[in-house]
Design a protein around this ligand. Sequence first.
Ligand code: A2P
Length: 288
Amino acid sequence: SIPAIALNSGTSIPQLGLGVWQASDEETERAVGAALDAGYRHIDTAAAYGNEAAVGRGLAASSVPREDVFVTTKLWNADHGHDQALAAVDASLQRLGVDYVDLYLIHWPLQDRDRLLRTWDAMEEIAESGRAKAVGVCNFEPHHLQLLVDRGGMLPAVDQVELNPHLTQKDIRAEAAKLGIAVESWSPLGGTSRSGWGPESKPNTLLGDDTIGAIAQEHGVTPAQVLIRWHLDNGLIVIPKSVHPERIAQNFDVFGFALTADDMTRIAALDDGTRLGLHPDEMNLGAP
Ligand code: A2P
C-alpha cells in the first residue's frame, strides 16, 4: 500500500497522488479513472484548473468508494476574503459532486495581509464544519507562514510549493518541519513544456537531465520514476501530472527500487534554483 504522511489535522495523506493541472475535462476524467485503476487514492485539483467537475465524474464512475480517495482542491485568488472563501468551497464541492474534500488549500498568498487573514478565518471554519478534513496553503514562503503563526489558532496542514531537484526549497522545508506542516511538491517532474507562466514558457529540463537519465538507467527505471522516488525519499508529498494511462501507471510503480546515498548526492548537485512559476512575492495577486 501507498505510504501516508500524518497531517496536523489528525488525518493522513497518501504520499503519492495524481495532479491534473492543464488537463482538459476529457483527459481529466480518463486520467482519474486510470489512476484509481492503477492504485492511486489521491487526486489533486483546483478551482482554477477548471476541471473539478471532470474529477468528480472520474470519481463517480470508479468502483473505488469516494471515502477511500483523498481529494484536494484549492481556493482561487479572486475568492480571497471570509465570505468569498465560504462560497468558494461550496462551489468546489458542488462541482466535484462530493460533500467534503480531504484537503482545501489557499492556491496563492495575497499581498493584502488583512484579507489573507480573513481568508484563513474562513479556512478554519471550513475545517471545523467538516467541509474539508484538513486545510492548508500553497506557495507560502516562510514569511507568509509566520503571519498565520502570529495570528494564533489553526496552522496549515500542508504547504504545496514548486519543488523538484532544481528548486529544493530548503528554507520552506525547514520552516514547515519546525511548525509541523507537511510539504507537497508541485511540478515534481519539472513541469510541463507548455507552461502558461509569463511571456515565455520554460521547457522541462529535468526529465531529459543527464544525471537523472544515468541514475534511471542504472536502476532499470525511467527518469520520472527516479524523480518521484527522490520526492518520496525526501519525505515530500508528490503529485505528478500525466494524462497518459501508461505514464500514470508507471509513475505509481516506484516502490520496487531505492535510490542510493550516492544517487541522492548526485541529484543534490542539480539544485540551481530554476523556477518555472512566478515567485509568490513577485506575483501581484491583488484579488478584486
Ligand atoms: P503528460 O500529461 O502528457 O504525460 P509535473 O508533474 O512536473 O507538472 O510535469 C508533468 C509533465 O511531465 C507533464 O507534461 C506530463 O505530460 C509529463 N510526464 C508525466 N509523467 C511522465 C512520464 N512518466 N514520462 C514522461 N513524461 C511524463
